[in-house]
Design a protein around this ligand. Structure first.
Ligand code: PMP
Length: 314
């Protein structure tokens, strides 16, 4: 296996040497923005497919803009660096790529301005995050989703994830798999690392972007499949907590979580408590697409490795 490698301060370096100083501003104050990008391994193709790399960097740039941070590489450079890094690490399994733009100045003082920004990237093997087969049991968190007037949830800000982590830990220590957070106005926002979709009478309903959600790329993909592949209606509107209990199906979407059914909320079974048929079909399409089995969506994928040399026909 090649030496695990990261990208830090403009260079590829061994992961074990990819360290930042304890005085780094981002470490002290959470002043960083990040992304998560999946690489999905297809053993038949002997290929690792990165999903929507460019879209992730576009979102990273927006997060950085909101936080007044500078991302010093172009989108083309970022896509190139990511493909290079993943190739160098040589994994033949699912991976997770983590780009971070961070306040790199080694200085004490709470602020966003007059500080250096830097960029780093690492990749790590990463299997299933939630159980996409069995689904997840969720609880409505007692921790409310942080509001746009506090830290914008549409920006993937490292420090903001304390809010998500509190909700996730509360859920897991209470015997559930995942949390569902409500806004300060009481509407459903999202999971700790996933967007949420409920299905009622064949219509997919998901909270609007203004309900303190991350504008998810997996969500976008799932909604597109629902509309274009299955001819279903999609509605973006606020969702009440009680609607969760009477939904026919619920699923969560995320780079780590893929498309995972929710079988229970607050110990109330969703539908008949099994993996619902619409969620199942969407999940199948999603898994086929991210592993390069649907050529019509290959423009969303970067094949990391050179295709195996095809022997010349005689
Ligand atoms: N919401 C939150 C809070 C997240 O952390 C994530 C994961 N990035 C998502 C939603 C899903 O977004 P995406 O599908 O783009 O990964």
């Amino acid at each position: 296996m090649p030496t695990p490698t990261a990208f830090l301060r403009g260079e590829f370096v061994p992961l074990e040497e990819a360290n930042v100083n304890v005085m780094t501003h981002a470490f002290n104050y959470g002043t960083a923005v990040f992304e998560g990008i999946r690489g999905n391994w297809n053993a038949d193709h002997e290929q690792l497919y990165l999903f929507k790399v460019r879209a992730h960097f576009e979102r990273l740039r927006k997060s950085a803009k909101i936080m007044r941070m500078e991302l010093k590489y172009s989108d083309d450079e970022l896509v190139q660096i990511t493909n290079d890094l993943v190739r160098r690490n040589g994994y033949n399994e699912d991976v997770y790529v983590r780009p971070i733009v961070y306040k790199s100045s080694e200085v004490v003082g709470v602020r966003m301005h007059d500080l250096e920004d830097d960029f780093l990237l690492f990749v790590t093997p990463f299997g299933a995050y939630l159980d996409p087969e069995a689904g997840v049991r969720c609880m409505t968190s007692s921790w409310r989703r942080i509001d746009d007037t506090m830290i914008p949830a549409r920006a993937k800000v490292n420090g903001l994830y304390v809010n998500n982590a509190m909700a996730k830990t509360e859920a897991q220590l209470s015997g559930f798999d995942e949390a569902i957070m409500l806004n300060s106005d009481g509407h459903v926002s999202e999971g700790s690392g996933e967007n949420i979709v409920i299905i009622r009478d064949g219509v997919l309903i998901t909270p609007p972007e203004s309900d303190n959600i991350l504008e998810g790329l997996t969500l976008d993909t799932a909604l597109q499949f629902a509309q274009e592949e299955m001819g279903l209606e999609v509605v973006k509107r606020s969702i009440d907590r009680s609607e969760l209990y009477i939904a026919d199906e619920i699923f969560m979407t995320g780079t780590a979580a893929h498309l995972t059914p929710v079988t229970e909320v607050d110990r109330v079974p969703i539908g008949d408590g099994e993996f619902g048929p619409i969620s199942k079909q969407l999940q199948q399409t999603y898994f086929d697409m991210i592993t390069g089995k649907l050529p019509q969506y290959s423009h969303w994928l970067d094949a990391v490795y050179e295709p195996a040399a095809v022997p010349a026909s005689s």
